[in-house]
Design a protein around this ligand. Sequence first.
Ligand SMILES: [Zn+2]
Length: 207
Amino acid sequence: MRCASICLTTVFLIGCHGTSARLLSYRCLSPEAEALAGARAAPAVEARHGGIVRDAQVEQRLERIGQRLCSGCESLDGEYRFRLLGSSKMNAASLPGGRVYITRGLYDRLESDDQVAAVLAHEIAHIQTKDHFKTRCASTEEAIDREADADWHAALYLREAGIPPQAMIEVIRIIATAQPMGWSDTRIRSLVARLQLPDAEGSLAQN
Ligand SMILES: [Zn+2]
């Protein structure tokens, strides 16, 4: 089987942002090669977003929430590590091989463990669906679709782990001010429809 993608892209919660460097070119990757790609990209990504914050309390909380999510979700495979980045901008990011990041700017805005789990689940979704190895989004519509798909997969992981999937909608509301105009409404509408929730209008009204 041939994989179409050739460039490694860091994938963010807010949208699709390409890394400036094309780090590696491949066709199909083994798990080991994916981990190597992530390890090579990590220093630049971490430096660009404020560096890793060594805060034992936050790290323990991220680990606890991440483990609850992963151990409760049989459809998830792979090893994940969760780290806080120092940037004051709201965002989260991931790299192949299981690196999941959340910025201080977003972490401090989250109001519950469920919302933290939703952010982690969204980034895990990008890793699971190998978005890092897809070509950069060619249009706004494609970028929104990719985020909406990650939201959807995240909601499924949350639900499987016994966490209310609505937490994903709550997170999209929180990051709405950091997103391009209209993205959050589209993402929420998509997720509400796919989850078959009754309150699409109510979810949007709280933006
Ligand atoms: Zn995303």
